[in-house]
Write a new protein. Sequence first.
Length: 131
Amino acid sequence: MRMVIVSIGHSPTNVARVRALIARAAQIDMALDQQLWGKEMSQDECRTQIKQLNESVDVYAVLLLADAPAHIDVLNLRSELQRHKDLIRPGAWHYPGPVRPGEVDCVLNSAIAAHQTQRNALDNGDAQIAR
């Protein structure tokens, strides 16, 4: 089981976020997968990728980073994510711009909670939640 971090196009801010998340996740032995989607991808192509992440049973959480090309509606894509897999929480840390203090810990705490929920659902045989 793994958490997936998605960047659409190249963004120095997203690179900094991913680097910090990977370093912190390594400290707690959390499985992470970084996906860099091309800046030329359409909204529909991104939606298809999101659907695949939703259907993947080995993905327990997805972080869709906010800095994306102008033609991509990130909020719309986030609405496509299954609620139990979406790591976005209320607060300013997920907005475009520089990495804020506490951001990495906030994301990883959400990922840890998502992982525990997924693990408990699998252990209890609750296939509906685990999906």
